[in-house]
Design a protein around this ligand. Structure first.
Ligand code: ZN
Length: 217
């Protein structure tokens, strides 16, 4: 609140001089939005568990999903950004309120840069693609959470290696999966990488991760 009030004062003070106050300095991130799971509900999904973006250190902002139908979908409306690398593209979606979701390893990407998608839109297929580096040992989507206070459009990760995104960028913008409710499930990180639980909120049934659950609502 203090930051916002300061921003108003700065805008007021500089308006007469024609100076622009960058929004990135003061904007706040909205509460975690109501995301669906990034695939169609009602099917079996395997999850390798919650982990940091690079699988070894840092904030655990990632969870791997392998839905039975192999189709990755937008969990909420937003604007697609194709992050380009020498080996191809990966997808991020910017949602209202300063939230970004990421989708790595997808194959057959079906969306275009700048495209607005609604919740449930097909993004592509789970796969083993390594457009910016990294590794994959079975078709899945590496789903990640990010906060981008300020202007999301300025957060262009084109050309950034997976090694950089998963360390430097993750340290600045990665948001923990732990404690988040997504598509009627609450995800809790474990002490080790690639562990945790998925709790079905409707009946409090707990699935240990890595593991399989039926992603009903
Ligand atoms: Zn992963």
């Amino acid at each position: 609140m203090i930051k916002l009030r300061l921003a108003v004062l700065l805008v007021a003070a500089t308006a007469g001089l024609g100076l622009a106050v960058p929004a990135t300095a003061t904007a706040e991130v909205a509460p975690f939005p109501a995301l669906a799971l990034p695939f169609k509900a009602g099917q079996q999904v395997y999850s390798a568990g919650i982990h940091s973006d690079d699988g070894s250190t840092g904030v655990k902002n990632a969870i791997d999903f392998s839905p039975a139908d192999r189709t990755v979908r937008a969990p909420l409306a937003g604007t697609v950004h194709l992050q380009h690398c020498a080996g191809g593209d990966w997808v991020t979606i910017d949602h209202d309120g300063g939230w970004r979701t990421g989708y790595y390893h997808m194959e057959g990407i079906e969306v275009t840069d700048g495209e607005h998608v609604e919740a449930g839109a097909e993004l592509g297929s789970t796969g083993n693609a390594l457009p910016c580096g990294g590794s994959s040992t079975g078709a899945h989507v590496h789903f990640t959470l990010w906060t981008l206070p300020g202007a999301p459009a300025a957060a262009n990760w084109d050309g950034k290696s997976f090694a950089e995104v998963s360390t430097v960028v993750a340290a600045a913008s990665g948001e923990p999966v732990d404690g988040k409710s997504i598509g009627g499930w609450r995800f809790t990180a474990g002490a080790e990488q690639y562990t945790g639980t998925a709790t079905h909120l409707a009946d409090n049934a707990v699935t240990q991760l890595p593991g399989r659950f039926r992603a009903k609502l």
